[in-house]
Design a protein. Sequence first.
Length: 243
Amino acid sequence: MRILVISDIHANYTALEAVLNDAGTVDETWCLGDLVGYGPDPNAVMEQVRELAHLTCVLGNHDVAIIGKMPLEAFNGDARRSLVWTEKVLTADNMDFMRSLPQNTKVRGHVTLAHGSPRDPVWEYVLNTLSARLNFEHFDTPFCFVGHSHIQSMFQLNVKNDRVTMEVAREREATELTPRAILNPGSVGQPRDRDPRAAYAIYDSQADTWEARRVAYDIAEVQQRIREAGLPEKHAVRLAEGW
Ligand code: ZN
C-alpha cells in the first residue's frame, strides 16, 4: 500500500493542498498531528483532513491545547496568541473531530505513529541521535514515524552494535528501510530546516520503502491571510525562510 505521511500542517491550507496534489493517489494517509496552531486556516485544513479516506491521525501538542487538555500557558507568547485565536474560530464540528483523535501513539502494521516521540507522544522532540537512541526502547515495531520537530529526518538503529546514526533521505528516491528506524516526514505547513517548501513522505507498507518529498506552494498567499487574521507577524515571516 502507498501511504501518505504528513505532519505539522499548522493550519496552512495552501501547503496541504500542494502536498495532496503532489502526492497523487494513495491508499491511506497517516497524519502525525498539529493540524492547527500558527496558521490562518484551521477550519479549511480540518475539513480537508476529515475528508481523506483511510485516515489515521494522532494529536499534536497544539491540538491537545485546543481541546482543552493542556493549559495554553505551556506555549510561548506568539504560539499562544495563535491558539487563542484558533479556539475562537474553530467550528463545533471540527472541535468534535479533534476530540475524537488519540493523544497517544498508534500502531499501524510495522509502524508506531507518534507526534513527538514514542516515549512522550505530545512533547518530546527527536532531534538528535541521543534522543533517538533513548526512544528505541519505547516502541516494539520495526519503525516509528514522528513529527513535532518540523525537520525531515531519519534515525537508524544498528541492532548489532546498538548505535544510532542520522541518515539523509534523498529527495524523491524510495529508500528501503532496515529495522529499526525513527523517521520524520517534516512539516507540511511550517518547515524549520531553512527549506521553505512543504515537506512530506510516501511510505510503501509492503516494500517498507520511504520517499522524502518537498513541494513548493504559494507562501505569499498564506502570509497575507496570516496578516489579515491579525496573527503574529513572526508566523508570516518564518514561512518564507523555513524556520
Ligand atoms: Zn508542530
